[in-house]
Ligand binder design. Structure first.
Ligand code: ZN
Length: 196
């Protein structure tokens, strides 16, 4: 079932999500709906608060695809290749982070806007799977960036809070003026795949 994706400045995107307590079938249903919603919106990650569910839960599938829709596993880092996607994470917490990297991020809740954001280059994350089993993973590459972006949503933080004041104000005032239907250039349209 397709869910509605909330967009900034919806106040529900600013709340702190609560721990997932129910695993198994109810969580699988949410996972399935979120995944369908994310693929439909051509996103590569989605956090439960973005669909109005204030729970600490994420779905991610950021495997690179070629123009024929085939996965390009070669483009992933060695650590990324070891992790099965789509990835479902309940109650994630970063237990270790290393290095710094930057990436031009977009967000399904701030559609059509993109800005360079700094994140840790490598992370080790503890989380629970759909059955409530404790899991641990370590990754770098795009997957590390997406995990950090999605985990921000659980704290009510958006990527526009992690950029310079001037860049953030520019995006916010454009949204105020045009909403999400401002005229976009060809260059911006080409960036579409990085909606996290
Ligand atoms: Zn996002």
């Amino acid at each position: 079932m397709l869910l509605q994706i909330l967009t900034y400045p919806d106040p529900r995107l600013r709340e702190i999500a609560l721990p997932v307590k129910q695993f198994g079938d109810p969580l699988k249903k949410l996972a399935e709906d979120m995944l369908e919603t994310m693929y439909h919106a051509k996103g590569i990650g989605l956090a439960a608060p973005q669909v109005g569910r204030l729970e600490r839960f994420l779905v991610i599938d950021c495997r690179p695809k070629n123009e024929h829709g085939r996965y390009e596993i070669k483009e992933m880092t060695e650590l990324e290749q070891k992790i099965t996607q789509p990835l479902f994470m309940a109650n994630p917490s970063i237990v270790e982070r290393r290095g710094k990297t930057t990436f031009e991020e977009g967000c399904l809740s701030v559609p059509t806007y993109y800005e360079t954001v700094e994140r840790a280059q490598w992370v080790r994350v503890r989380y629970q799977d759909l059955e409530g089993q404790e899991q641990m993973l370590e990754t770098d590459g795009l997957l590390a960036i997406v995990i950090q972006h999605e985990m921000d949503h659980l704290e009510g933080t958006l990527f526009i809070d992690r950029i310079s004041f001037a860049a953030s104000q520019k995006i916010k005032s454009q949204i105020q003026k045009y909403g999400y239907s401002r005229p976009t250039s060809q260059k911006e349209t080409e960036k579409e795949p990085n909606k996290i």
